[in-house]
Design a protein around this ligand. Structure first.
Ligand SMILES: [Fe+2]
Ligand SMILES: [Fe+2]
Length: 260
């Protein structure tokens, strides 16, 4: 099987804008594939592990070379070294970012909610990459944080605003999509979940809104913690779809170290 057949399968039926970051970053789509690795980031540690495993194709959600289109810093020393590492590993990388976010449902949202086990009515927002989830069973922000910790193994979540009032209207802005502040300010929305944020703006708004008696909170999960389970679900789907090739999800972990 060729690499491009897998790419065609994961992108099937989804239209993205003309200027998309969903391109091959290195390698050749005509190459034969036996082992597919799926991850959030092709970190250096991950590339080494994938090479040892024998991966020939890697599907990532995020940039490999620190800019949205992976082209801006090609003369940087770290970029050059990383590129060489990938060449030596014989790995082809494809970024799967716009396609999952333009699909219906958003495939990253689908994975997050699937592993969280949250049930409710889903409605995409006017902001690409964000979905409103109306929970069947009301929960507090504190209870949702506990579920995220337990089910997604995310640590060091941050919550600004109300912790203890029951809520049903969640805006799921996984990663860092546009429109998070608009959704947070929407009087209908009680809890916003996001990857990373602007503290002076969004966190302070949530804090003040709660202090003024509104049921409003912002849960910050970390970028990787808020999106990686979408990629985990993709790995599961590929395993089922292509039993003749090996598929493995590689955890890149958080970028931060916590020194206590
Ligand atoms: Fe994303
Ligand atoms: Fe992202």
């Amino acid at each position: 099987m060729k690499i491009k057949e897998i790419t065609e399968f994961i992108n099937n039926g989804v239209t993205v804008g003309e200027q998309t970051c969903d391109t091959y970053k290195i390698g050749n789509e005509e190459n034969e594939v036996k082992k597919v690795a799926v991850t959030m980031f092709a970190t250096v540690d991950n590339i080494r592990k994938m090479k040892d495993w024998g991966a020939d194709f890697v599907i990532v959600h995020e940039p490999t070379f620190y800019d949205h289109f992976d082209t801006k810093f090609s003369e940087d020393v770290v970029v050059k070294e990383k590129y060489k590492l990938l060449e030596e590993a014989g790995i082809t990388i494809y970024r799967w970012h716009d396609h999952p976010h333009c699909d219906k449902p958003d495939r990253i949202f689908e994975g997050e909610i699937y592993y969280l086990g949250l049930k409710g009515d889903e409605k995409p927002t006017n902001w690409g990459g964000s979905t409103v989830l109306t929970l069947d069973e009301a929960m507090t922000a504190s209870e949702i944080v506990k579920i995220i910790e337990d089910k997604l193994n995310v640590r060091n979540l941050r919550v600004a605003g109300e912790l203890n009032k029951k809520a049903t209207k969640l805006a799921c802005c996984f990663g860092t999509p546009g429109g998070v502040f608009d959704l947070l300010r929407d009087p209908e929305i009680e809890i916003v979940l996001t990857g990373e944020t602007i503290e002076w703006m969004l966190c302070e708004y949530a804090r003040d809104a709660a202090a003024l008696g509104r049921n409003k909170s912002l849960i910050v999960m970390g970028h990787i913690g808020s999106e990686r389970d979408g990629m985990r679900l993709l790995a599961e789907k590929l395993s089922k779809q292509f039993p003749s090739i090996e598929t493995k999800y590689f955890e890149c972990g958080e970028a931060y170290n916590y020194i206590r």
